[in-house]
Design a protein around this ligand. Structure first.
Ligand SMILES: Cc1ncc(C[n+]2csc(CCOP(=O)(O)OP(=O)(O)O)c2C)c(N)n1
Ligand SMILES: [Mg+2]
Length: 367
């Protein structure tokens, strides 16, 4: 079998089929850059903490996807809902969650966004309307579609943004969800973050139609592909997509960027050709945006260094916050497993006898 290994086809700067938006003011561009640098430094620090065994479980980083994350999050209203996958630290930062609470979750501490029980892949914050963080590829897609149905059911004005990787577009529930959303005209934007790879498998190796935005045509859904390395292009495309979704026309947006490192922090990405890694580095969206802003006289070398120092300080504080936070008490292990009472849930800890009196009150048991 011939092995096809190629980068995703280049995306246009602006997404075709979307309306142009007013250029963001200089202050907004600088804020985009600051947030991209913060995400970059946060992720690098998370990788270090993982190798120091401060973080357990799995850990996937947004390195190389900073422009996509910032562009997407800047277009959402605070009242909109976000679902995403396990590569979600940057999205949590973009939704305004304090980096300390995110780092504390990575450390498995009780001040973490999910009280330390979720970890890197399961960030959740109702106030920020970040409804996860999901480890099952594509698992968030039907859930997000259900949230859009709930909004529609009560005639709400909010929209749902459902972020997934390119790999998730081959999950059956992706197609079922898009079909239902199109039929029922749900207020949802599906965003495929095409970083070219699902673990070590390229999009071309796994998808019969590698231009993933075209899949929307099967459901007569509007769609577009945009350069995921350009935060302004991503913001514009997302604003258009959200406007469409709010009118009951769901949208499929594909952003094209690259994954700078391995699939997770323990993946050395040996399947990658040297020239491919080098070209990704050369196209680094954080560095590219700095150049773009410097060319417009919005950034000097000194300002770049200051922004970097500020991000390093914020990340240092986040780590200190995580380290100072206590581990969750084991008695709270089952407290957040189910939203409602489940009579047959034994709530016994591993090693405790299965029969005999319950070690603590059973959920739903008469009191
Ligand atoms: C249903 C399911 N199958 C397989 C896996 C193992 N797995 C975890 S991540 C991943 C790749 C997903 O790639 P993509 O959707 O492109 O997201 P990316 O990691 O590139 O952000 C796979 C196959 C899983 N978590 N869930
Ligand atoms: Mg991918």
């Amino acid at each position: 079998m011939a092995v096809r290994r190629s980068r995703p086809t280049a995306a246009p700067k602006a997404a075709a089929g979307t309306t142009p938006h007013a250029a963001p003011p200089d202050e907004m561009l600088l804020a985009f850059y600051r947030q991209m640098v913060l995400i970059r430094r946060f992720e690098e620090r998370a990788a270090r903490a993982y190798t120091q065994a401060e973080i357990g479980g799995y850990c996937h980083l947004n390195l190389g996807e900073e422009a996509t994350v910032v562009g997407l999050m800047s277009a959402m209203e605070p009242s909109d809902y976000l679902f995403t996958n396990y590569r979600e630290h940057g999205y949590a930062i973009g939704r305004g969650i304090a980096p300390g609470r995110i780092m504390a979750e990575l450390y498995g501490r009780s001040d973490g966004v999910s009280k330390g029980w979720g970890g890197s892949m399961h960030l959740f914050d109702l106030e920020a309307r970040l409804l996860g963080g999901y480890g099952i590829v594509g698992g968030q897609v039907p859930l997000a579609t259900g949230a859009a149905l709930a909004i529609d059911y009560r005639s709400g004005k909010e929209a749902v943004v459902c972020v997934m990787g390119d790999g998730a577009t081959n999950i059956g529930a992706f197609h079922e969800s898009l079909n239902i959303a199109a039929l029922w005209q749900l207020p949802i934007v599906y965003v495929v973050v095409n970083n070219g790879l699902g673990m070590g498998t390229t999009v071309e190796q796994s998808s019969g139609e590698p231009e993933l935005y075209k899949r929307a045509a099967s459901y007569r859904m509007a769609s577009a592909r945009v350069d995921g390395n350009d935060p302004v292009a991503v913001r514009d495309a997302t604003l258009s997509a959200l406007a469409s979704a709010r009118e009951g026309k769901p949208f499929l947006l594909e952003t094209v960027s690259g994954r700078l490192k391995g699939h997770s922090v323990v993946d050395p990405a040996k399947y990658r050709a040297k020239d491919e890694a080098e070209s990704l580095k050369a196209g680094d969206p954080v560095a590219a945006f700095a150049v773009q802003l410097a060319e417009r006289d919005l950034l000097t070398d000194e300002a770049i260094a200051d922004i970097d120092a500020e991000a390093m300080r914020a990340v240092g504080e986040a780590v200190a916050f995580a380290e100072a936070s206590p581990h969750p008490s084991v008695e709270t292990l089952f407290d957040y497993t189910y939203a409602t009472a489940v009579p047959n849930d034994s709530r016994r800890l591993p090693g405790q006898p299965l029969f005999g009196p319950a070690p603590f009150p059973l959920i739903g048991a008469p009191v």
